[in-house]
Every structure is written in C-alpha cells, then in structure tokens.
Design a protein around this ligand. Structure first.
Ligand SMILES: O=C1O[C@H](COP(=O)(O)O)[C@@H](O)[C@H](O)[C@H]1O
Length: 249
C-alpha cells in the first residue's frame, strides 16, 4: 500500500511523523521487544525529530538506530549524518550507546572496508541468516532523485547482493560514502519518505506519479507493501493523478 500524506506545512509533517513513529515504535516493541530503524541525513532528521525528541511516550531504550547512508568523515565533521542525527535526536533521548550504530570512524579512509564493517554491525543485530528487516527506514530524496547514497546512473543502485555498499565518486560532496542497498531498504517492514518544500516538488512528482525508474527513489518498493510519503503541500503541489490520503493510523 503506497500512501501519500500531504500536510499544509512542514511543521504539520513533523507532528504527523511524531505520531507515526511513536505508534510504529510501540507496535514493534510490543511484538518483538525492540524497534529497529535506519535514518538518513540531509533535511530529514530535523523534521523527524522536532516533536519526537520530546515525546515521553516513546520507549527509546528499545530503539536500535542505524544510518541509511553515511559520509566517510569523522563523527564530529559537519558533513557527518551521525553527527546530524545525534544532535537532532540522540542527544535528547535515551537510546543506549550500544544500540547506536554509526560508521566505524577508523575506516573512513577506506569506504569498501567501512561498508563491510557496517554489514557486520547489521549482522550483530539482525543475524546472518537473511537480509535485515528493519521495522522502519526513514528516507529523504535528493533534488536529483537519489536516496541514501544511491545516485541516478551509478552502479550502487543495481547492487543485488550486498547489504551495504560504498561509493568514492559521489556527485554530491563529500565523495566517499557508504550506503544501505535496495535489497535492505525493500526488506523493511515499512519505508517512510519525508519531503518538504517546493524545491523538490517536481522531483517528487517524477518519482511518485511518473514512476521514473531512472530515479533511485522510485525503486523503493518494500516487499511488505508499506510505503508512506509524508510531505507538505509545497512538495505535493504538482501531483494530479495521485491523490493524497487522509492521515490516520
Ligand atoms: O547526501 C544526502 O542527501 C540525501 C538528501 O538530502 P537533502 O539535504 O536533500 O534532504 C539524504 O537523504 C542522504 O542521507 C544524504 O547523505
């Protein structure tokens, strides 16, 4: 079930995400005792965390936090997606340090090794038996239609076996990165995109309505069928055939 939820403002998106994530977390914890989530960088962490970080009903002690992609920089670098999520969310909530899985900072000079290490970090939580099954992957889109560090026309988009891959020539700086692959993203129980602002409105339509498969974001199609788009009206302004749904859980 693909659903687009469009809200008047980005603040409304932040409030709805708080509601959604609180419920998704509670459901997963009631079922499995934990909530596993992959979070990306860019503009998403601020929107997703705005209300969530103060939500006392969420049991963050049961969260296991991974990154959808990471730039090969130190943890305190301004380009670090870890730093971003730490400052926006993790510094404000009680996720145990042992349940937070950033890139190994000793391997940032070697993206291939860092990707392999990240595979092992995933395996330490999900086991080696099969593709990790996140409760939720929280994703953004780039203006070119990329997601995570899967860029249009780059071979990483076609990766069919590895859970984590690397890139040394990212068209968006910094050039060296690691990223979860589509097999992992599409094995998530729920995939949630967040898009705000008019700047991405054309690309949002290209992905959701035109289904342009040259854009990596179009290729996110969880086997579970649960794909949600949380967007503001500025981002959804060009939709015509796709009608946003009323948000309710
Ligand atoms: O480089 C990246 O870009 C995308 C999109 O970022 P945004 O700033 O356009 O929202 C992001 O999802 C990804 O994690 C990041 O590494």
């Amino acid at each position: 079930m693909v659903q687009v939820f469009s809200f008047p403002t980005s603040d409304d998106v932040a409030q709805a995400l708080n509601t959604y994530l609180a419920q998704a977390s509670a459901t997963a914890i009631a079922t499995t005792g934990r909530f596993t989530i992959a979070i990306t960088g860019g503009s998403l962490p601020a929107t997703a965390s705005k209300y969530l970080k103060a939500n006392k009903a969420v049991d963050f002690s049961k969260w296991y936090v991974f990154w959808g992609d990471e730039r090969c920089v130190s943890h305190d670098h301004d380009d670090s997606n870890y730093k971003l999520v730490k400052e926006q969310l993790l510094d404000h909530v009680n996720v145990p340090a042992a349940q937070v899985f950033p890139i190994n900072p000793t391997l940032i000079g070697n993206p291939e090794e860092a990707a392999l290490d990240y595979h092992h970090q995933l395996a330490s939580v999900f086991g080696n038996g099969g593709v990790p099954e996140f409760d939720c992957v929280l994703l953004g889109i780039g203006p070119d239609g990329h997601l995570c560090s899967l860029f249009p026309g780059f071979p990483q988009v076609k990766e069919a076996d590895k859970w984590v891959t690397s890139i040394r020539d990212s068209p968006k700086p910094p050039p060296s990165r690691i990223t979860l692959t589509l097999p992992v993203l599409n094995n998530a129980k729920e995939a949630v995109f967040v898009v705000t602002g008019s700047g991405k409105s054309e690309m949002f339509k290209t992905i959701v309505e035109d289904k342009d498969t040259s854009k990596p974001s179009t290729l996110v199609a969880p086997k579970s069928g649960k794909l949600y788009w949380f967007v503001d009206d500025a981002a959804s302004q060009h939709l015509s055939a796709v009608k946003p749904s009323t948000f309710k859980l």
